[in-house]
Design a protein around this ligand. Structure first.
Ligand SMILES: Cc1cc2nc3c(=O)[nH]c(=O)nc-3n(C[C@H](O)[C@H](O)[C@H](O)COP(=O)(O)OP(=O)(O)OC[C@H]3O[C@@H](n4cnc5c(N)ncnc54)[C@H](O)[C@@H]3O)c2cc1C
Length: 442
């Protein structure tokens, strides 16, 4: 291992593997609480196929950390992280570039400031090494991200078992409130199951309009390694559609297996599967996609029951190694099989830059509590920072990485017709509760 800095550290209390968004946040939070940290990153000696910057805290794709408006889920998450005094969000705030209501950053400046902050922290010893294993008897945070590979991946697979997945092609998740129930019916195909599916029939003409929009819609760019690796395993719906007009009608949109009240079979059926116990989140089944976010909204809203579509988590396609959190981790993101090991970032089942920062932050908070002899307590469930880890831990046979969205929060007591007013209520409820818990004076 090559020591990049020579901080006078003896017996580091915690080893953090991975100096991306989650790992850098975790290291800075731990060091800020006086806990010595050994931070190991494979950079600059070796790089994953998605990383190209030798510094820590690299944003691998977009430079946007999403909306900064607290009445959106992305904005609320950042507002909560500011209350929690997240070091990385504070640094992002100093690297802003104009982007309307979004927090976009100068990625070079951001990576530099994260690296400088880590190197300046007296309690962090940074090492450049490609970790192939970890000491399960010592406090460790594994935050090696979605491109975790090699020996470390093998060890995780051995210790977490079947709970480790690769190559994510996720379908969008929609708000239950946006579905026009008069345009769909509840039934499981061939009558099997427990009525967890909503089915959205389409006429010949509706299918034609949808199909044409789908095959001509704009797709997001993939990295070269993803183009070759992902598409073999899980085909995006737009690629499947491009193979022929009827391919979807014989695939995920096949209209068979239902008894139709009027006896007439529609041209196609889009299925929505209930995603959570409350039934306020639905997965668009088989619609894994690489369309850009605005195109997902435009094209999928052409399904008659989804004219008013509200997408809580967009479909994504990228190489992704992640743990099935409900099986592998406890509610504090600790590996069930190794009680001194925490997993943070995308590897722990969250999706997104800011969610990864949150996850690193929470792992560090829980570790501080554990090391100082207190029982770690999750944040309130009305806050995204409390709801997301709860979502990860809840039993879910269809688990897929999740981002921050209002659908994971407990329902509002008084929902009103105005969507923005509801979003403001979520934000207000969360931030006031978090301030009480953190004892922040307003
Ligand atoms: C191609 C791609 C594009 C993405 N685009 C976006 C986007 O635009 N917006 C968004 O919100 N999210 C995006 N994501 C999802 C996710 O938010 C990012 O991957 C995010 O960087 C995850 O943060 P992390 O801390 O978990 O991992 P990373 O930021 O990837 O950090 C992992 C760190 O661990 C190091 N490492 C890996 N293996 C080892 C090892 N064995 N030993 C030592 N060090 C190791 C790496 O060098 C790296 O520094 C994208 C993901 C991918 C793969």
């Amino acid at each position: 291992m090559t020591a990049v800095s020579d901080a006078p550290l003896k017996n580091p209390a915690v080893t953090v593997i991975g100096g991306g968004l989650a790992g850098s946040e975790a290291a800075l939070v731990l060091a800020g609480r006086g806990i010595t940290v050994r931070l190991i990153d494979r950079k600059p000696g070796s790089m994953t196929p998605a990383h190209s910057d030798k510094r820590l805290g690299e944003l691998v794709c977009s430079n946007s950390l999403k909306s900064d408006d607290p009445a959106t889920a992305g904005g609320l998450l950042k507002a909560e992280l500011r209350l929690l005094k997240s070091p990385l969000i504070a640094l992002a705030d100093t690297c802003r570039v104009p982007a309307g209501s979004a927090l976009a950053v100068d990625r070079d400046m951001f990576a530099q400031r994260v690296t400088d902050a880590v190197d300046a922290a007296p309690y962090i010893l940074r090492e450049s090494a490609y970790a192939e294993d970890w000491d399960a008897d010592a406090y460790t945070v594994i935050a090696t991200g979605p491109l975790t590979d090699g020996g470390l991946l093998k060890k995780l697979t051995a210790r977490a078992g079947k709970a480790l997945h690769f190559y994510d092609a996720a379908a969008p998740i929609l708000s239950g409130a946006c579905i026009d129930r008069s345009r769909c019916f509840t039934a499981d195909r061939y009558g099997k199951g427990t009525g967890d599916y909503l089915n959205c029939p389409m006429t010949k003409e509706e299918y034609r309009v949808f199909y044409e929009a789908l095959v001509s819609a704009k797709r997001a760019e993939l990295k070269a390694f993803e183009r070759s690796e992902i598409f073999e395993g899980c085909m995006p719906i737009e690629i499947m559609a491009a193979r022929g007009y009827d391919t979807l009608r014989f695939g995920p949109m096949r209209p068979v297996g239902f008894v139709y009240p009027d006896g007439k079979r529609p041209a196609a059926v889009a299925q929505l599967r209930r995603e959570n116990a409350a039934g306020d989140m639905y997965n668009l089944v088989g619609f894994q996609t690489n369309l850009t976010y605005p195109e997902q909204r435009r094209v999928f809203s052409l399904i008659p029951a989804l004219g008013d579509i509200e997408i809580l988590r967009y479909g994504v396609m990228h190489r992704n190694s992640y743990l099935s959190a409900p099986d592998a981790l406890d509610a504090c993101s600790r590996l069930k099989a190794c009680p001194k090991t925490w997993v943070a970032g995308q590897l722990s089942g969250v999706e997104g830059y800011v969610e990864s920062i949150l996850s690193g932050h929470l792992a560090a908070r829980h570790l501080v509590d554990t090391i100082e002899g207190r029982t770690p307590v999750p944040l309130p469930e009305v806050c995204l920072s409390g709801a997301l880890p709860r979502y990860l831990a809840a039993p879910n046979p269809h688990f897929r990485p999740m981002n921050a969205n209002f659908g994971i929060l407990p329902p509002l007591e008084k929902r009103v017709r105005d969507k923005r007013a509801n979003q403001q209520q979520y934000a207000q409820r969360s931030l006031s509760k978090l301030k009480v818990v953190l004892n922040v004076l307003t």
